[in-house]
Design a protein around this ligand. Structure first.
Ligand code: UD1
Length: 385
């Protein structure tokens, strides 16, 4: 599929990638690595600054060997409208001056949609990685971002077959849709020796073979309503009577947990025998190490449902739906909702029973980024012809 691009001048293809939030960094890393291996591609990286704390941003750039961004829009936090609008306003002049051949966006965050809108209106082609996933729950901000991005982007890269079907159902022409696999799994594969060498477990006093669970929560539906958060945390406390639950806390949740009287692990303090313990957000390699050694993971994240599928770690998703059904059909994921009794029962069940052996979903082989870059080069040739 790859076209006949030279090394420089008009034969080169300038691809401007836009990232903003933590999961974006994981997805873009294998893509940038792949682009760096193709002399025909001139990559430009824009960080919107949606995530800005060192632990949410720089730590991921370092762990994943992502080059420093060429441009940082430094938009920071804000309401959805403000954050989206800031990305749009600040990206517009950057695109006008860089004039890329293609803008590459990943995932479903506000930065993804904002960048897509600006690029499309400037007549710049857009590729969307992780297109077509649908929770069918329009109360999720990410679902709006997904639907709107896919409606206007040009090249849609699907990580699982359900996404291909969703896009067909929405009337997107098949030639715009490419089933390529999952770049999150590329990142896991590429960094495997690094996360296997992480000292995170030893640092937490979790010697080999010790049973613990890992928790993450950050969805607005779960953490923004204090009553909802209180119920979930109550269930976690109950489960934590059986083993330690380690909860690296996203910054949006930190203040909200203040009323819950949770225990924070101090640096170099070992995880206790039992109980729910919170930590600062972990870097990518340490977090993957923590997930890979867990007896069970309780999460409302999308990406962690995918990572646990490949790592073979039981995953309980504290949501009513998943936009990643292949993690249930092939992987270790169970979508269990947020009823406290169910969280406890499912947690205990997962600890007591071995689930079915997961199988890797189609094309989750660690080579999705290569397929995407090949497709982009091929598609550009067709457009030029
Ligand atoms: C965003 C994405 C979500 C993704 C998540 C991964 C949207 C709509 N949501 O959610 O899909 O799963 O990233 O983490 O784009 N904050 C900090 N420091 C930071 C970043 C955030 O303190 O570096 C705090 C701020 O109070 C901010 C809040 O977290 O207001 C929420 O951040 P935001 O980027 O708006 O959404 P996330 O919850 O991180």
């Amino acid at each position: 599929m790859a076209g006949s691009y030279g090394c420089e001048g008009e034969d080169s293809m300038k691809i401007l990638s836009v990232v903003g939030a933590r999961p974006n960094f994981v997805k873009i890393a294998p893509l940038l690595r792949e682009m760096a291996a193709r002399p025909q591609i001139e990559p430009v990286l824009v960080h919107t600054g949606q995530h800005y704390d060192a632990r949410m941003s720089e730590a991921f750039f370092a762990a994943l060997a992502i080059p420093a961004p060429d441009v940082n829009l430094a938009v920071g936090s804000g309401s959805h409208a403000r954050q989206t609008a800031e990305v749009m306003t600040r990206l517009e002049p950057v695109l006008e001056s860089v004039r890329p051949d293609l803008v590459l966006v990943v995932g479903d965050v506000n930065s993804t949609l904002a960048a897509t809108l600006v690029a499309v209106k400037q007549g710049i082609r857009v590729g969307h990685v992780e297109a077509g996933l649908r929770s069918f729950d329009r109360r999720m901000p990410e679902e709006i971002n997904r639907v709107a991005t896919d409606a206007i982007a040009d090249e849609l890269f699907a990580s699982e077959e359900s996404a291909v079907h969703n896009l067909a159902r929405e009337g997107i022409p098949a030639e715009r849709v490419h089933f390529v696999g999952n770049v999150m799994i590329d990142a896991l594969r590429i960094t495997r020796p690094l996360w296997q060498a992480s000292t995170a477990l030893a640092d937490l006093g979790l010697e080999r073979g010790r049973r613990y669970a890992t928790v993450t929560l950050h969805r607005p539906a779960n953490v923004d309503d204090p009553r909802q958060l209180h119920e979930i945390v109550g269930a976690l406390h109950e489960l934590a009577r059986h083993l330690p639950l380690i909860f690296p806390v996203h910054p949006r949740v930190r203040a909200r947990l203040a009323c819950e009287g949770v225990t924070w692990l101090r640096p170099s303090e070992p995880v206790p025998e039992r109980g729910l313990v919170c930590t600062e957000p972990l870097g990518y390699l340490d977090f993957v190490a923590l997930v890979s050694g867990a007896a069970v993971v309780l999460t409302d994240s999308g990406g962690i449902q995918e990572e646990t599928t490949i790592l073979g770690v039981p995953c309980l998703t504290l949501r009513e739906s998943t936009e990643r059904p292949v993690t249930v059909s092939h992987g270790t994921n169970r979508v269990i909702g947020v009823a406290p009794r169910r969280i406890v029962d499912e947690g205990l069940f997962a600890l007591a029973h071995r689930g079915p052996t997961p199988t890797a979903p189609p094309l989750w082989d660690g080579y999705a980024a290569a397929r995407i870059v090949d497709t982009l080069l091929g598609a550009a040739v067709e457009v030029a012809a």
